[in-house]
Design a protein around this ligand. Structure first.
Ligand code: NI
Length: 167
């Protein structure tokens, strides 16, 4: 396994729309293992392939407290969305920035598992938020894109300053 470099907002590669996975093979399984390792190491609760500059529709998520419940979603699509919830979101591609985003409270999602089997999952609360956040990434959207233009400008300035300090 290997740690993968995570793209930082506003890297234009975060805006690419990912393509569906057409074949689940050893390279898919290796990518998923590397993505999981990268997510746990960061640490984060979700990672989309887009964030490691692989533009395939693959997401890994683990919202469990003890990081023991890895979930892998290949070609995830949102079905029914119900209700709304607003919570603070962060993102491994936008380090140190948190802000409120409105999301559906409950979602249904269909996807392929690592064996290529079609699955359906009903999710709510944090898992539902995480799924919506990660599917956004596959569509080229970062959570800050949901914020006002002014907030986005402030975030870009703050990250540019951070980059200068750590460079
Ligand atoms: Ni993110």
């Amino acid at each position: 396994m290997a740690l993968l470099p995570i793209l930082r907002f506003p890297d234009p590669r975060l805006k690419k729309v990912a393509s569906p996975v057409t074949q689940i093979d050893d390279s898919t399984r290796k990518l998923v293992a590397d993505m999981a390792e990268t997510m746990y190491e960061a640490p984060g609760i979700g990672l989309a392939a887009t964030q490691v500059d692989v533009h395939q529709r693959i997401v890994v998520i683990d919202v469990s407290e003890d990081k023991s419940e890895l979930q892998v979603f290949i070609n995830p699509t949102l079905g029914n969305c119900e209700g709304s919830q607003t919570g603070e979101e962060g993102c491994l591609s936008v380090p140190g920035i948190y802000d409120k985003v409105e999301r559906a409270e409950r979602v249904s999602i269909s996807y392929l598992d690592l064996d290529g089997k079609q699955q359906v999952l009903e999710a709510e609360g944090l898992l539902a938020v995480c799924i919506q956040h990660e599917i956004d990434h596959l569509n080229g959207t970062v959570f800050v894109d949901h914020l006002s233009q002014l907030k986005q400008l402030r975030i870009k300035n703050k990250l540019a300053k951070q980059a200068r300090v750590t460079a």
